[in-house]
Design a protein around this ligand. Sequence first.
Ligand SMILES: Cc1cc2nc3c(=O)[nH]c(=O)nc-3n(C[C@H](O)[C@H](O)[C@H](O)COP(=O)(O)OP(=O)(O)OC[C@H]3O[C@@H](n4cnc5c(N)ncnc54)[C@H](O)[C@@H]3O)c2cc1C
Length: 373
Amino acid sequence: MPSSRSHIIVIGAGVTGLTSAVFLAEAGYEVTVIAAHVPGDSSIEYTSPWAGAHWHTHATPDDPRACDWDVQTYEYWIDLLEREKRDAKLPKAGLKVYDSFKYWDFPGTDELWWAPYVKDFRVLADHHEPVRSINERTPKGAGEIKEAVVYRAVAVNVSQYLLYLQERARKAGAVVIKARLPVEQGLQNALQAAEGEAMSKGRSKADCFVNATGLGAAKLCGYEAMYPIRGQTVLVKGEAETIFTRSGVDYGAYCIPRPGSGSTILGGTKEKDVWSETPDPRVTEQILKHAALNIPELMTGSDGGFEVVSVQCGLRPGRQGGARVEREVVGGKRIVHAYGHAGGGYQNSIGSARLTVRLVDESLACAPVGARL
Ligand SMILES: Cc1cc2nc3c(=O)[nH]c(=O)nc-3n(C[C@H](O)[C@H](O)[C@H](O)COP(=O)(O)OP(=O)(O)OC[C@H]3O[C@@H](n4cnc5c(N)ncnc54)[C@H](O)[C@@H]3O)c2cc1C
C-alpha cells in the first residue's frame, strides 16, 4: 500500500468523478477534483444532471464486471437509505425506493439475471394492476403489455445527489476546482495542465490522475470508440409514486420520480451518434402520449394534460466495448481511466468507483512510472 497521502487529481465532476473522489478521499488520499462543469452547472457537455435517474440495470451476463457494479450500487444505495433512516443527522443524498415496474410489449427477451439481487421481485400476470388498467386504456392495435415484472428500485434526485457527493468529498478533504483543461494537444498535455492548475491553488504535484471526463474523453483519448447516445426527456409537475420502464416494439418509455422535488422525468429516446442538444417537438409529443397511457395520474393540468416544466436532451457517454476503467502510464504520469458508462453511469457508480480506487492503489504500489502496463 502506497502512502495514503499520495495526491490524486480527479478530472471530471459528474457522478463518476465525484463518486471516485469521495471513495479516494475517504480512503485517505489527498484529492483534487478539476472539472469544466461542477454540480449546479447546466451544459450539454455535462451528462450527469440530465439523467433520470434510477437503478435499472442494462448489464448482461456476458459483461460480469458491469453486472457486479450494478449489484454493488443497488446494495450500497439501499444501505445508505437505511443509514439515513437510522441517523437523522446524516445529509440526505436524494435517493428514494419505489416500486419499479418493467413492461414489455412482446415476450420478454431481457435476461433477468438481476432478479435475485433486488428486493421484492415479482412477475405480474395480465390481470394484475397496473397491467390490466394500462392494457384496457390502450387503443386496439397500439400494442399491449405482454409481460411485466415489479421490484423495489432506487430513484435519484440527480442535482441533489451530485451536490451530496461533492459535499461528502469536500468533508473528506477533497478540493474542487472549476477549470477547463485544454484538449487540442492530447491527454499528456491535459494532465500537465491539470497539475499546473492544482499547484497554482497550493496543491502538491500529482501522484496519479483519474480521467472521469465522460463524453469529453472523446477529445482527450480519441473519438474512435466514443459516441453520444442522445436522450430526450420531459420534466413534469407532480411526483409519481412508482417508476416504470416500457419496451415497445419500436419505442421505449419511462417515468422516474425525482425524490423530494415534486416533479417527474418522462422519457425518452436513445439516439446513437446524435450530438444535437435541441429537443424535437415530435418526440415530446410521443413521450407525453405514452405517459398518458401508462401514468395518467400525473395529468394534473387544468386542461387535463401534463404540466410540463421543461424539455431537455442529454448525451450518454457511449463507448464501444463498454466503460473504460483501467490504468495506464501516459508520458510518465500514472492515470486511471473511468469513462464511457453510457446509460448506466449512476447504477454503475459505486462498483466502478471502488474499482477505480483499487486501480489507483495498484498503480501507486507497483507501476514504475514510464513502464508499459
Ligand atoms: C436522458 C438520460 C437518462 C439517463 N438515465 C440514467 C439512469 O436512469 N440510470 C443511470 O445509471 N444512468 C442514466 N443515464 C446515464 C448517466 O447520466 C451517465 O452515464 C453519467 O451521467 C455519466 O457520468 P460521468 O461522470 O461519466 O460524465 P459527466 O457527467 O458528463 O461528467 C464529465 C465531467 O468531465 C468534465 N470534463 C470533460 N472534459 C473536460 C475537460 N477538457 N476539462 C475539464 N473537465 C472536463 C465535465 O465538465 C464533467 O464535470 C442517463 C443519461 C441521460 C442523458
